[in-house]
Every structure is written in C-alpha cells, then in structure tokens.
Design a protein around this ligand. Structure first.
Ligand code: NAD
Length: 438
C-alpha cells in the first residue's frame, strides 16, 4: 500500500511508464479486424469501415481579449452514416489530432449501432487548451468554429455533443450560431444543451448511469450480489462520480475513487456522496483525503487499477490498462466508463486471464442514448420528465446488455467481441440493404 504522502509527480511518472503507444485509431482498427473474424461480412466493407467517410479540417481564427489574433485548427471526422445522421462529441484539448477524431468517430458508429440508435458515428474538436481561454474567448472560438463547419452539421446531417473541454454552454453557443445563420431556432443541431434551450433532463448523468446499470446487470449475471460487491472507480467526473454514487445507492461498496492527482482507498467503503464530483469542484477527491479520517488511505491512480476488488471502473482517460499492467489487474469484472481505457494488447491479456471486460461502446452508451432522447424532444418540441428519461434509459440499457449477453453465450466470445458483432452486423446489414452507389 502506498503512503499518504505519495506525490503526484511519482504518480505521473508511473503512469507515463505504463502507457504504451497505441492511438485510438490503431485500437479501433484492431478491434474492427478482430470483430470481422466473428461475422460474415465482405472484406471490402470492412476495409471501408476502417476509414472515415469524410474528415473536415478547418482553420479557426480567434480574437483574444487583448485584441491579438490566434489561429487554431479544428476537425470533424464523420465515419459512417448508413443508419442515420452522424453523431458524436466535440473536444477542446491541446492533443486533439485528426487520427484521434477518426478513431473516436469509429467508436461512435459502433456505440450507436450497439444501442440500435438511428445514428452514425462522428467526432471532432479544436486543438486548443480550454484552460487558456477566457469565457468570452471560448464563446468566440465556438461561434467561429460553428461557422466553419456549418455546412456539414445539422439535425439531419451531423449532431455534435459535449466532450472533453466542452460543456452545455458550448452547445448552447453552437445552437445559437447555427440557428442565427439558418434564420430559425434549430435546437436539434446539437445535444447536451442546457434544458432551457432544448436540452434533456438527465443528459449530464446519463453515461455514469448507464455504467452503473451495466455493472448491476453484469454483477447479477456472474452471481455477485451488489451488497457484497466491491468497486474501484478511476476518475470522479461526470462518468465516474455518477456511476460511483448510483452503485453506492444500490448497495455496492465503493472502496476507491480518484482524480488526476491520485486516489483514495478505504476497504470498508467510501461515502461517495460526500465528495464533490469534478464538475462540482475539480480535483476534490484528493482534497477530501486530506480532511478525511485516518482509515482513508491515499494511493496512486496506478495502484487503484490494481486493487483486489470485484469490479474496476476506469472512468477517467484512455489507455490506462495496457500490456504493462494487465497482468496485475486483480478485479474480476472491468466496466469501461472512459472511452478506450484498455489497449488492444491489454484486452487480449485480460481475456486470457478470464477477466470480464464490459466495453465502453456498451457501458457508457447512456450518454448518446439520452442525446438521442434529446434530439427526439427537440424535433417534437416536447420535453420529457427526468423520470421518463431514467425509465427509458433503464429499459434501453437492459435491452442492449441482454442482446450482447445472448451473443456472449451463443458464440462464446468476450463482451467486447459480442458488442462488435452486434454493431458490425447492424451496420453492414444496412450497407448491404442500401447497396453501393455506382
Ligand atoms: P470529467 O472531466 O468530468 O472527469 C474526469 C475525471 O478524471 C476527473 O475526476 C479528473 O480529475 C480525472 N482525471 C483526469 N485525468 C486523469 C488521469 N490522467 N488519471 C486519472 N484521473 C484523471 O470527464 P468525464 O466526462 O467524466 O469523462 C471521462 C471519460 O469518459 C472520458 O474518456 C470521456 O471521453 C468518457 N465519456 C464521457 C461521456 C460524457 O458525456 N461525459 C460520455 C461517454 C464517455
């Protein structure tokens, strides 16, 4: 067990050592190739799906508050739209790349297909550190970026949503900039908006809620009564905190949670309702540890991943379970709250060791599912109550989870392969039914 004084820099050092160079695009392509071995799909169709339909690259000039002008690059990768308009988040992050957008757009195609939503996959972003922008600068950047991608987005074309570095306010600015140019209010152009301009109640907590629902179903399936189940959650943001709080409410014992500065561990369980989430107060987990009773131990994020718990929920960033630490993962079930937390190499090791990995494209799909509910509400101009959102999400998640479970049982494959089989079959069947434009 690490000491309470373990420094953040030790942790960063360790996390750098355990990160292998596997990009989101490489992981997404390898996963697709592996899934293709389980389904009878034409090789040319698979080859096409390894590539995006389109990637838009735009230049976004921004007038800073001091009057100077900086120029940023923005992307919108559109992977596949055979089942409906493109759908996926927009990130503001200094490490956004074209390839990352493409890899993440592929995952969105599968995520929407796993949930049987009438959407395809997209992802985009601007290469910028949002912390370096004032609120006014962020708004101006967002409005200009919207103008640059205006022709390729729209409620029946491509519907962005929040992601890292963007939030409901960002979506409201996009909706406004788009609507002003179109000459009418078009709330369905983005999801994840504030409810006052057409956002859905329950959207913010939806990915964490779906992680909790999928964890509950999986625990039940493998005979882990939630009241006897221990859970460690990496990341205490929108996904991690909401998942941890619901699992705690449903009787599980959450023994560890973390933020970017480190983790806290208490084998008797942590009252996760007492800790503010990242959104409520950034990096509050480690601050809580400083004030908490002695039985809460400070450990590193890397140690959290290796705790001997029943369920591990990596819900912070990608590539945290790698070939370097996969052998040391002691949990029996891993539920992927983050996008791409497990590298392809690590996945093979976990499968070999009999660890059940519930993939991101199923586990955190509550976000895009409630985005779909939001889009329906926008188009119909009719708001749903939060109770209705929760009820419909519950039934959609349980239905999708059950369909994947049937594939796991029938084909004797991992949960990831089963999810890909379901998604790939739906996408390739749609391609086949529509045919190839000559
Ligand atoms: P968030 O910003 O709300 O919270 C992130 C949390 O992770 C914070 O507690 C932060 O301190 C911690 N963190 C950041 N860097 C870390 C690191 N290097 N090591 C350990 N912890 C670190 O983010 P979020 O919205 O909860 O998203 C988390 C993950 O879930 C991302 O991979 C995101 O793409 C994915 N996801 C988010 C949504 C959504 O709608 N919010 C939907 C689906 C998937």
């Amino acid at each position: 067990m690490a000491s309470k004084q373990q420094s953040a820099s030790d942790e960063e050092q360790r996390s750098n050592e355990t990160t292998e160079p596997e990009t989101a695009l490489e992981t997404a392509r390898r996963q697709l190739e592996q899934a293709a071995t389980h389904v009878d799909v034409d090789g040319a169709a698979i080859e096409r799906l390894k590539h995006p339909a389109k990637v838009h690259e735009v230049t976004v000039p921004l007038e800073r508050d001091d009057g100077s002008v900086d120029v940023f690059t923005g992307y919108r990768a559109q992977h596949d739209s055979v089942r409906g308009p493109y759908k996926g988040g927009l990130r503001y992050h200094p490490e956004v790349t074209r390839d990352e957008c493409v890899g993440l757009s592929m995952w969105m195609t599968w995520k929407c297909a796993v949930m049987d939503l009438p959407f395809g996959g997209a992802k985009g972003g601007v290469v910028v550190d949002p912390k370096s922008l004032s609120d006014d600068e962020k708004e101006r950047l967002t409005r200009r970026f919207t103008q640059e991608i205006r022709d390729v987005i729209g409620p029946t074309k491509d519907i962005p949503a929040p992601d890292m570095g963007t939030d409901p306010d960002t979506m409201a600015w996009i909706m406004d900039a788009y609507s002003m140019q179109e000459g009418e209010t078009i709330p369905g152009v983005v999801t994840g908006k504030p409810p006052v301009v057409g956002g859905s109640y329950g959207r913010e907590e939806a990915p964490g809620r779906s992680v909790a629902i999928v964890t509950r179903e999986t625990c039940e399936y493998y005979d882990y009564p939630l009241s006897d189940t221990t859970v460690a959650v990496q990341g205490f943001g929108s996904v991690g905190a909401n998942a941890a709080r619901l699992l705690h409410e449903w009787g599980a014992t959450v023994v560890a949670v973390s933020d970017v500065n480190g983790a806290i561990y208490d084998p008797d369980g942590i009252d996760v309702t007492a800790i503010p989430s990242h959104d409520e107060e950034p990096e509050a987990v480690t601050a809580y540890a400083a004030e908490a009773a002695d039985d809460v131990t400070r450990i590193s994020n890397a140690d959290l991943l290796e705790l001997d718990v029943d369920v591990l929920v990596p819900a912070a960033i990608g590539n945290v379970i790698t070939a370097d630490n996969a052998d040391a993962i002691a949990a029996d079930i891993v539920v992927e709250g983050a996008n791409g937390p497990t590298t392809f190499a690590a996945d093979a090791i976990l499968e070999e060791r009999g660890v059940h990995v519930i993939p991101d494209i199923l586990a955190n799909a509550g976000g895009v599912t409630v985005s779909y509910f939001e889009w329906l509400q926008d188009i119909n101009r009719r708001k749903w109550s939060v109770e209705r959102v929760h009820d419909e999400l519950e039934s959609e998640m349980v239905r999708a989870w059950s369909e994947i479970r049937d594939e796991v049982e029938e084909r004797n494959v991992s949960w990831r392969d089963a999810s890909y089989v379901v998604a790939l079959s739906r996408v390739s069947d749609a391609h086949e039914a529509r045919g190839l434009w000559p």
